[in-house]
Design a protein around this ligand. Structure first.
Ligand SMILES: [Zn+2]
Length: 178
């Protein structure tokens, strides 16, 4: 397994609509394993494949004690509304309140190619929706009001105006504290 570089805001792959995987082979299983490792090292609750530069419909989630891969995921049911603060590994240090359905029912394939159905609420439901958004080229910033989005974007541009690349190396999980 290996840690993958994270793509940050401004990298075109984050705005790409990812393509279905359909056939789960060794390459997809390796991608899932590397994404779990990268998510853990970056201390995220989820990670989508385009955040590591791969425009395929693969994401991993680790929220509320549940850890799973979602391949070709689809949300088939939603209910209610909830607002909570979100951040994103691709937009470090930027946070905003996002309103989303409170409960979702997910259908996806696992890394063995087995279809499953999962009901989620709270943080897990939020992570599932945030990651599927990524696969559609959508970032949490897109859910904010125009004013709030422009404010956060101008802060981001100010702090990152000297960046030469759109990727960031993730440090090994051994550096984790707490
Ligand atoms: Zn994200």
């Amino acid at each position: 397994m290996s840690l993958l570089p994270l793509h940050l805001l401004g990298s075109p792959v984050l705005r790409q609509h990812s393509v279905d995987v359909k056939t789960i082979d060794e390459e997809v299983r390796r991608l899932v394993a590397d994404m779990f490792e990268t998510m853990d090292a970056a201390k995220g609750v989820g990670l989508a494949a385009n955040q590591v530069g791969v425009a395929r419909r693969v994401a991993v989630v680790d929220a509320d004690g549940d850890r799973f891969a979602m391949i070709d995921p689809v949300i088939v049911e939603t209910e209610g509304r909830a607002t909570a603060e979100e951040g994103c590994l691709s937009i470090p240090d930027i946070y905003g309140d996002v309103t989303r359905p409170e409960r979702v029912v997910l259908e996806a394939l696992d890394e063995e190619g087995k279809p499953y159905r999962k009901e989620a609420t709270g943080l897990k439901a939020r992570a599932i929706q945030h990651e599927i958004d990524h696969l559609d080229g959508i970032l949490f910033l897109d859910h904010l009001s125009l004013l709030k989005r422009q404010m956060l974007l101008s802060r981001w541009r100010r702090e990152h105006k000297d960046d030469a690349v759109y990727t960031k190396e993730v440090q090994a999980a051994s550096a984790r504290s707490g």
